[in-house]
Design a protein around this ligand. Structure first.
Ligand SMILES: [Fe+2]
Ligand SMILES: [Fe+2]
Length: 283
């Protein structure tokens, strides 16, 4: 039985500290879990695609987590694949380089007893960047080496929202073409579990024999249009052979912020455009 902590979507910033108290509560609660590692599944930042200071701030926050920390990038860290939800923040070489400089690797393998966890950069799928092909080659190699293990894939975006057959591109998930290619790759191994963030909702479903786990956010509640539990928190997974237990932890005092209210109901389009309100770092 091995525990892994999954933190997701903290949306940290040295200038916009809306969610900093949530991070501190989650960090302290996560530190009390006897975990083999802590995975931080993307959207570490608010304005990571355009700010060295934000990426540096996130790196400092991650450094204060105990033990092995395995981060992955989200759209608020390095941008989206085109066309993206913000045409001014599309993933590119410079944004990947910022991640590399401040955070480190954007993909990793972590082995547990009988399991191989593979973390990948979701923002590359459909990007057309050289690193997309490099990551696919790496994934093929890692899947080949995983033989005999159950495999869990971890990435910021879910493969799909409601159905693996979704044909329309969506900012909520991987696009149909890269999804199809990824599923073909995964089927060559004993894939059991896909863990994603991004939607700020907790949901746990098995579809066609594959379990899709959506992580809650540490920042704000997910939109009303999607199924799932929008309350903020983090997840502790317990890997025990074929069984994976999921506990959602909501530390006392954590606030499931309303993004629309923070942005003053349409006054501001993006959090990064709001007047500065730095976090209370002394806390
Ligand atoms: Fe997010
Ligand atoms: Fe996201």
């Amino acid at each position: 039985m091995t525990r892994v902590v999954f933190l997701s979507d903290p949306h940290l910033s040295p200038t916009h500290g809306f969610f900093w108290q949530n991070w501190l509560l989650a960090r302290d609660a996560a530190a009390r879990v006897d975990a083999a590692c802590t995975i931080v599944n993307g959207d570490l930042c608010i304005d990571g695609p355009d700010s060295d200071a934000e990426m540096a701030f996130a790196a400092t926050a991650l450094a204060l987590l105990p033990g092995t920390v395995l981060p992955l990038p989200g759209n608020h860290d390095i941008g989206d694949e085109p066309p993206g939800q913000d045409p001014n923040q599309i993933v590119n070489e410079a944004r990947l380089a910022r991640w590399d400089t401040f955070i480190g690797a954007d993909r990793w393998r972590f082995r547990l007893d009988g399991w191989t966890l593979l973390g990948v950069n979701a923002q590359l799928f459909g990007s057309g960047l050289a690193r997309e092909a490099e990551q696919n080659d790496w994934l093929d190699a890692m899947l080949a080496e995983s033989r005999g293990d159950r495999v869990g894939l971890v990435l910021h975006k879910p493969l799909f929202v409601e159905s693996p057959d979704e044909a329309l591109p969506s900012i909520a998930s991987l696009g149909p073409a890269p999804r199809g290619e990824l599923v073909q790759r995964l089927c060559r191994a004993d894939i059991r579990l896909v863990v994603s963030g991004h939607l700020h909702k907790h949901r746990d479903r098995s579809i066609d024999g594959l379990r899709h786990l959506w992580l809650p956010s540490l920042a704000f509640s997910g939109g009303r249009g999607l199924d799932g539990d929008a309350r903020c928190g983090f997840a502790v997974l317990d890997f025990d052979g074929d069984h994976v237990g999921v506990e959602i932890v909501r530390p006392q005092g954590i606030v499931s912020h309303d993004l629309d209210a923070i942005k003053q109901h349409g006054r501001y389009r993006f959090l990064r455009e709001m007047p500065p309100c730095p976090p209370e770092l002394a806390a």
